[in-house]
Design a protein around this ligand. Structure first.
Ligand code: HEC
Ligand code: HEC
Length: 296
């Protein structure tokens, strides 16, 4: 906030508090008047007159206390333009303090699980409950609350793995993230339209769904040249590269001719973000056990 706006805000805030104070004192009447004319406001509605009695004491003092409280609050907390308040409170440091106290409270529970091997942890009901909550907060946006994924985001419950389903592979995925990279036309940038059709048919033939048997057969050579380096000669994939198994009829993207053609023509880039900067290693251990438990 610039100095001008800071002063502007300060003047308005303090002006309001003192204005309320002034209004109270200026209109205050401390005693019941003796004279009959001064005891009423002077208004008369259908013969009914309104008394002009002093404010009840409790009300008066409550009002004064409110003004004093407001000034005290403004001295301690930010509220007057750029003035930070004597306590130095900010939303960020309050949040940090809460995180620190949560770490103190839950850190021990997490630590106890953090030392347990994933396979053992995956049998621990309490750990899995924590894992489910961590998953809902950190992973469900992409993988879905039931971890079944959606187009481009793998299903974690089906025991079909891009990068591997062993505890170590899952831990590696969570800690450091994964970059799936399928180049357009594989490693055959000069692939022509007929060859694209052939190789797509060949991929479909892995799950017995080719549209054109002759093309699918011709696609075998194209596949060997352009695709096998990553997906394997038999199309069963390669977890070291995150290259999916194309023979199991489980698809990260669509399964029909058009989707596969799209993948071949334009490639696919996909990222699982690394979690080690966001979550503690104990939390990652618990999540790995949760993910492991979904398909074991
Ligand atoms: C921003 C979206 C996003 C978030 C958040 C996310 N993931 Fe992922 N995750 C992905 C994508 C995309 C992939 C697939 C990467 C690829 O295609 O190679 C993936 C892959 C994975 C894999 C590997 C699956 C396999 O078949 O090998 C695991 C395990 C996984 N995620 C678990 C998690 C967990 C646990 C969390 C929560 C801490 C999480 N993910 C959070 C997007 C996300
Ligand atoms: C450099 C390695 C590499 C080569 C070469 C390659 N792919 Fe891929 N392919 C991948 C990776 C990695 C993925 C996963 C992309 C992702 O995670 O989004 C993938 C994904 C796919 C998919 C999507 C699978 C699904 O489950 O939806 C299809 C289909 C596919 N590739 C077919 C091919 C064909 C056909 C070729 C040859 C023309 C080929 N790939 C060449 C690495 C490769």
């Amino acid at each position: 906030m610039s100095t001008f706006w800071s002063i502007w805000v300060t003047v308005i805030v303090l002006g309001t508090v003192f204005g309320c104070w002034w209004l109270l004192l200026a209109t205050r009447k401390s005693q019941v008047s003796d004279s009959e004319t001064e005891r009423t406001t002077g208004h008369s509605f259908d013969g009914i007159e309104e008394y002009d009695n002093p404010l009840p004491k409790w009300w008066f003092y409550l009002y004064v206390a409110t003004c004093i409280f407001a000034l005290g609050y403004l001295a301690l907390y930010p509220g007057l333009g750029n003035f930070k308040g004597l306590l130095g409170w900010t939303a960020v440091n309050q949040w940090e303090a809460e995180v620190a106290s949560a770490d103190e409270k839950y850190g021990e529970i997490y630590a106890q699980y953090g030392q347990t091997p994933v396979i053992e942890l995956a049998k621990d009901e309490d750990a899995l409950k924590i894992g489910q909550r961590l998953f809902a907060n950190n992973c469900a946006v992409c993988h879905g609350s039931a971890a079944r994924g959606q187009v481009g985001f793998p299903n974690l419950t089906d025991d079909d793995w891009l990068w591997g389903g062993t505890p170590d592979a899952i831990l590696e995925t969570l800690r450091n993230g994964r970059m799936g990279n399928m180049p357009a036309k594989g490693v055959m940038p000069n692939m022509n339209a007929a060859q694209v059709d052939q190789v797509v048919n060949h991929v479909l033939s892995f799950s017995g769904r080719e549209k054109d048997a002759a093309a699918a057969e011709a696609g075998e050579a194209v596949f060997a040249q352009a695709c096998a380096a990553c997906h394997g000669a038999d199309g069963k994939g390669m977890q070291a590269l995150g290259a999916p198994n194309l023979t199991d009829n489980i698809w990260l993207y669509g399964s029909n001719y058009e989707w596969i053609k799209e993948t071949v023509l334009h490639g696919r880039q996909n990222e699982m973000p690394a979690q080690s900067g966001r979550l503690s290693s104990d939390q990652i251990q618990i999540l790995a056990a949760y993910v492991y438990s979904l398909s074991n």
